[in-house]
Design a protein around this ligand. Structure first.
Ligand SMILES: [Zn+2]
Length: 180
């Protein structure tokens, strides 16, 4: 992931006026300012078709509703440069599907899934929270920018069991409030 981030950071982009720049210097700073793309951004990019240089048509279903979150009906070549090869994109999607089944094991221990990774955000700095385990016994979500040592955010570990339970309660009953 870090290698891909560094590669993307060094990717030259030609602006409409002909000058060349790298992506981050175009002004697209993240909430932590300038710097290489974080793993969270790379994870997000690796799931977006547009970064393969193509554009998609998702279309509408039989009832005339927009088919959001569905596979595209048609794929066209875009006019923008591809940052990610189709091969890498396909590999990532296949890997995500197989990991989603959680069939992986290390030393007969089931690898834990953290379904809220990339969804939860830190209330202090806005970074994504990521699943982490301590000694294979304690499971939590941790501020991603803190893991990558980008910030020294004051957000502590959030217990996995608690937050996932609280979120699922809110999904069932949207009027609930998250309380500790
Ligand atoms: Zn934070």
């Amino acid at each position: 992931m870090t290698e891909i981030a560094i590669k993307l950071y060094g990717y030259p982009v030609t602006l409409p006026d002909g000058t060349q720049t790298t992506l981050r210097q175009k002004g697209h700073e993240n909430h932590n300012g300038k710097g290489a793309f974080s793993k969270d951004v790379v994870r997000w990019m690796l799931q977006r078709f547009a970064y393969t240089g193509k554009i998609t048509y998702v279309g509408f279903d039989d009832t005339g509703k927009y088919r959001s979150r569905q596979p595209p009906q048609e794929i066209f070549d875009g006019q923008h440069p591809a940052l990610i090869s189709q091969e890498l994109f396909d590999q990532v999607q296949n890997m995500r599907i197989s990991l989603g089944h959680n069939g992986r094991k290390i030393k007969d221990r089931q690898i834990r899934c953290y379904p809220l990774t990339g969804i939860l955000r830190c209330g202090f700095c806005g970074s994504n929270l990521r699943g982490v385990s301590c000694n294979g016994k304690y499971f939590s979500y941790q501020d991603g920018s803190k893991i990558d040592a980008i910030t020294r955010c004051r957000q502590g570990l959030v217990k996995q069991e608690w937050i996932e339970g609280a979120i699922s309660k809110c999904i069932i009953n949207p009027s609930c409030y998250l309380t500790k």
